[in-house]
Write a protein that binds this ligand. Structure first.
Ligand SMILES: C[S@@+](CC[C@H](N)C(=O)[O-])C[C@H]1O[C@@H](n2cnc3c(N)ncnc32)[C@H](O)[C@@H]1O
Ligand SMILES: [Zn+2]
Length: 178
């Protein structure tokens, strides 16, 4: 097998370009995204999300430097997937995702939630909490999207906070000639 190629069945695909399930190309949601290279049944393990394991302190430093590729692993360590050999890092968030992240003994895998058709963009819910949620505007386009990248359990609270903000805002000055 050529060096740097995927270890999956179609080993002619360089790892930076995905694998037999995952194709990396420009996304309609944001920047670069991951797309289905073939029809994929529900419950399929698409790819492992790989990278470097880092301490919590290092993770905090990298998050503050706007690294958007870090996954929580456990109480001691996180996984920084911002490496060229991790094409899974391009998979975007959606509020109506067709994949999910699975934690398995300190490793992370991206699995399909339902049957997926060739050419569909692959997405999962990033599971963000409410901290600074207004800095993470979501452009997934799903009808149920609350407008921000958030775990579904926080949608109601986010909508409530936004309503409160709107209600407490002073009325806009009107341009009246009277
Ligand atoms: C792990 S990267 C995903 C790959 C990214 N599209 C790229 O080109 O590098 C995560 C970043 O992609 C963007 N992103 C992912 N999903 C998004 C969404 N639904 N709406 C808006 N931006 C999104 C955000 O900037 C987020 O911090
Ligand atoms: Zn959304």
């Amino acid at each position: 097998m050529a060096s740097g190629a995927s270890s999956h069945a179609n080993y002619s695909i360089p790892i930076e370009q995905g694998n037999q399930f995952l194709e990396i190309r420009q996304s309609h949601i944001h920047g670069t995204g991951g797309y289905a290279r073939q029809d994929i049944p529900a419950g399929t393990r698409i790819i492992e999300y790989v990278g470097n394991y880092i301490s919590k302190a290092e993770s905090e430093r990298r998050c503050e430097a706007d690294n958007a590729y870090i996954f929580t692993i456990d109480a001691e360590k996180d996984l920084d997937g911002n490496v060229t050999w991790n094409p899974a890092r391009f998979i975007n968030h959606s509020c109506a995702p067709n994949c999910e992240a699975e934690w398995d003994e300190g490793r992370i895998f991206i699995n399909t939630l339902r049957a997926i058709t060739t050419g569909e963009e692959l997405t999962f819910n990033y599971g963000y909490d409410l901290e600074d949620f207004q800095n993470h505007v979501c452009r997934c386009g799903a009808p149920e999207c609350p407008g921000f990248i958030l775990a579904e359990e926080y949608w109601a609270e986010a909508r409530h906070l936004l309503t409160q903000q709107t209600a407490s805002r002073p009325p806009r000055a009107t341009n009246s000639a009277a």
